[in-house]
Design a protein around this ligand. Structure first.
Ligand code: ATP
Ligand code: MG
Ligand code: MG
Length: 527
């Protein structure tokens, strides 16, 4: 069945094959609170949100998959709630796998009593080998009473209990590895961030997902297709427990070149101080990407446009940023920045002293309002521009007017331009002239700013699972330049997106403050 509907923010439509069209759709996004959300999670979250609300009456559930206390924390749980908010995703309900620990425990006991699960103490070591070779575990025939006793022992967290796990008795010799008697319960003594030390045994994700999807009324379980082999297992659990069957729809993972999308590895670079934190603009986290200057609307459109595809791609970032440019260009006010180390001071003849003009913030979008342009006898422009001038050339000082280049003064070794004399010309023709960015060099008009651009953290296109992150970190990824910006930038609010003319788009990361010496802008990639 095809579903076609308008995406909320982008206003675009997407053709997506769905396994069911009956009634309303209930989906769930099941993050594990073991890290901040990244761009891969954004795909899962946005697709779930999209399907849930594609027709009236649908619901998006956010269910924290908090079944492994060793990796999880309250900090991450809170972070994920906030990350969803940042993407304008409002779940219709939020729940926790840990809310169902008692119920899942009882269902495990039920499986055992029906002869569908057994206790095993070979899983941790030899079990994997047996599974690979499609051999039964030597405990496979352990009886119901003995299995129940072992499970009981496990719940105490004793040394003996910790040696055991519970496995579903499905098919040790199945061609599908996920059916070879998967583990459903394990011991863990680490206190849980929500349930503390109440539990010493925890269900695995494999056991949890089919149960909770069914119990919570999910009508469409979206999963990434690396789980496709697990679909048969998912159905087996629902059958074995007599639960309502939930249809599955799978989509591909979203990966990007030179980008880590493993929470374990991201945690590692945060903990080792390789980045400023989870919201570092070089991080592929939702916070990092937004801090770099991505807009939510563009993120949504990008994900939904390529989302339904089932090929696992290693995407290039440039397509992603090109989407963003469509959104930011029409609304970004235009400002001026002159690199400080390249500033050339010029005297402009034929003008009165300081004057203040009023110009549109973006000539094509008068609705964005106006800005002040200070003009005067002394201005700064950039070395590259100065070097391109020939004597008596007519140039255009953007937002002001034309001028002739009358005198070019080189520095002592003759390599750089030390000063220029310009002669202002009223009403010159701007069609054939170079357009030059400049600023009046008067107190207050030259605002100190840092322009920061970034490189990829990872130096290899596709990191393999076995690659050590430390071996593939780009040595230098932050490039900071000092510049003068026009006086209007002082009024910009934190997170504002602007264009510095002839330089590109930037997002304001540190707004003007009286006692702060410099404002900070991050370069927003556009390709
Ligand atoms: P990691 O491997 O980094 O720990 P995970 O997949 O285990 O990630 P979860 O918190 O369990 O992290 O993921 C929540 C949801 O996001 C899952 O449905 C998962 O399939 C999906 N997801 C995670 N990474 C991606 C990705 N790169 N592309 C698409 N969906 C993803
Ligand atoms: Mg997971
Ligand atoms: Mg994972």
């Amino acid at each position: 069945a095809k579903v076609r509907a308008a995406a909320s923010s982008a206003g675009a439509s997407y053709d997506i094959d769905l396994p069911t069209l009956e009634g309303h759709i209930v989906t769930r996004f099941p993050p594990e609170p073991s890290g901040y959300l990244h761009i891969g999670h954004a795909k899962a979250a946005l697709l779930n949100d999209y399907f849930a609300h594609v027709r009236p009456g649908g619901r998006l559930l956010c269910r924290f998959d908090d079944t492994n206390p060793s990796k999880e924390s309250m900090e991450f749980q809170d972070a994920i709630i906030k990350d969803l908010e940042l993407m304008d995703i409002v779940p219709d309900a939020t729940s926790y796998s840990s809310d169902y620990f008692q119920q899942m425990y009882e269902l495990a006991v039920q499986l055992i009593k029906e002869g569908k699960a057994f206790a095993d103490d070979s899983e941790l070591g030899k079990g994997d080998q047996e599974r690979k070779n499609r051999l039964p575990s030597k405990r496979r025939n352990l009886g119901i009473e003995e299995t129940l006793a072992r499970f009981e022992e496990m719940t105490t967290g004793s040394i003996e209990g910790q040696r055991w796990c519970i496995r579903a008795r499905i098919a040790y010799d199945s061609p599908n590895g996920t059916l070879r008697d998967p583990v459903i319960y394990r011991c863990n003594l680490t206190p849980h961030h929500r349930t503390g030390t109440s539990w010493k045994v925890y269900p695995t994700y494999d056991f949890c997902a089919p149960i909770l999807d069914s119990i919570e009324g999910v009508t469409l379980a979206l999963r990434t297709n690396e789980y496709r082999d697990r679909n048969a297992q998912y159905e087996w659990f629902q059958d074995a427990l007599g639960l309502r069957k939930v249809p599955i729809y799978d989509f591909s993972r979203m990966n990007f070149v030179r980008t880590l999308l493993s929470k374990r590895k991201l945690t590692q670079i945060v903990e080792e101080g390789k980045v400023w934190g989870w919201d570092d603009p070089r991080m592929p986290t939702i916070r990092g990407i937004l801090r770099r200057g991505m807009t939510v609307a563009a993120l949504r459109e990008f994900v939904l446009k390529q989302g339904p595809s089932r090929n696992t791609l290693n995407l290039e970032w440039n397509a992603f940023w090109a989407f963003n440019k469509k959104y930011i260009d029409p609304v970004a006010p235009r400002h001026t920045a002159i690199l400080q180390e390249d500033a050339v001071y010029c005297t402009v003849h034929g003008v009165d002293n300081l004057e203040e003009l009023t110009k549109p913030k973006y000539i094509k979008k008068p609705e964005l309002g106006t800005k002040k342009v200070l003009v005067g006898k002394t201005i700064v422009l950039e070395q590259v521009d100065a070097q391109s001038f020939t004597a008596n050339e007519e140039i255009t000082l953007m937002n002001w007017g034309n001028a002739f280049v009358r005198q070019i003064t080189k520095d002592t070794d003759g390599k750089r331009i030390a000063a220029l004399d310009l002669e202002f010309r009223q009403g010159g023709d701007v069609k054939k002239t170079k357009k030059i960015t400049w600023l009046a060099a008067v107190d207050g008009n030259l605002v100190n700013v840092d322009l920061v651009s970034f490189d990829y953290l990872i130096s290899k296109d596709k990191l393999e699972k076995t690659d050590e992150v430390g071996d593939f970190l780009t040595p230098v990824t932050e490039f900071r330049k000092q510049a003068f910006a026009d006086i209007n930038v002082k009024d910009l609010e934190h997170s504002a997106i602007v264009q510095f003319e002839r330089k590109g788009y930037f997002r304001l990361d540190a707004a003007f403050q009286k006692d702060q010496p410099r404002m900070v802008f991050f370069d927003i990639p556009t390709r």
